[in-house]
Design a protein around this ligand. Structure first.
Ligand code: SAM
Length: 223
């Protein structure tokens, strides 16, 4: 099982806390300003998501494989997307692309109600079993998040953690009034971060930096 090194799973040593503090300082230097987001990153033990062989890389600002051809996103990317999302305590947040569950933990640390959907059944099963062991319990779903999760809509915030070819229409429709959607959109290898706001029937769109995500699959994603 890749990132489930049982012995190291619950250990959060002085050294690991120190490395996490260093990572937070690095993210601040790179321009992340939201203190609540930085504090959340400072609290979630990223090393427990890593296989023992990769443990020394846990607090590097890099994406890493989590199996099934997928990745745990780079901490800067997690921080950037979370900052754009403007999470408030009590917000109902949909995350598309559960992956390792790390981003869901950050959202839970921000006191959001988190609904997370994963397309890959192996990752879904693994993360649904693992996260509660750490004390994090979002609502888990397995399915095609390119169509959102209509059964629990609307959402105050929606975050997509895989690269989409276009902004999926269903996600805009599932945004509550005043809601925010953050989604990387573009080609298979490189995408621009997009923020969409919905105010009644008015939609506004902002564009940010380029990032490199694994592709969003499914009906409204890449085939
Ligand atoms: N948020 C994750 C984390 O914290 O580890 C990182 C996610 S990884 C970069 C992207 C994830 O999106 C992968 O686990 C992939 O299987 C998932 N994915 C791709 N297409 C999807 C879809 N249509 N619906 C739901 N999940 C999808």
């Amino acid at each position: 099982m890749p990132f489930l090194g049982v012995l190291s799973m619950f250990e959060d040593t002085y050294k690991q806390r120190g490395l996490r503090g260093k990572l937070v300082r690095k993210l601040r230097q790179k321009g992340i300003r939201n203190e609540a987001v930085l504090e959340a990153i400072g609290r979630v033990p990223r090393h427990v998501f890593f296989d023992d062989a990769l443990l020394i890389h846990a607090y590097e600002d890099k994406a890493f494989p989590i199996g099934e051809g997928q990745t745990i996103s780079q901490p800067y990317t997690v921080a950037f997307q979370t900052e754009l999302l403007e999470v408030q305590p009590g917000d109902k947040v949909l995350e598309v692309g559960t992956g390792s569950g790390y981003q869901a933990c950050i959202l839970l640390e921000l006191k959001a109600k988190v609904y997370t959907i994963e397309y890959n059944r192996v990752l879904y099963e693994r993360t649904r079993a693992f996260l509660p062991l750490l004390g994090y319990s979002p609502h888990f779903f397995c399915g095609d998040g390119s169509k959102g999760l209509p059964v629990r809509a609307p959402y105050d915030k929606i975050i997509v953690t895989a690269g989409a070819p276009i902004v999926p229409e269903a996600l805009m429709q599932q945004l509550a009034d005043g809601g925010v959607l953050v989604v990387p959109v573009g080609g298979r290898d490189k995408q621009k971060m997009i923020r969409i706001r919905r105010k009644k029937d008015k939609i506004t769109r902002e564009e940010f930096d380029f990032f490199s995500f694994v592709p969003l699959l499914g009906e409204k994603g890449w085939k």
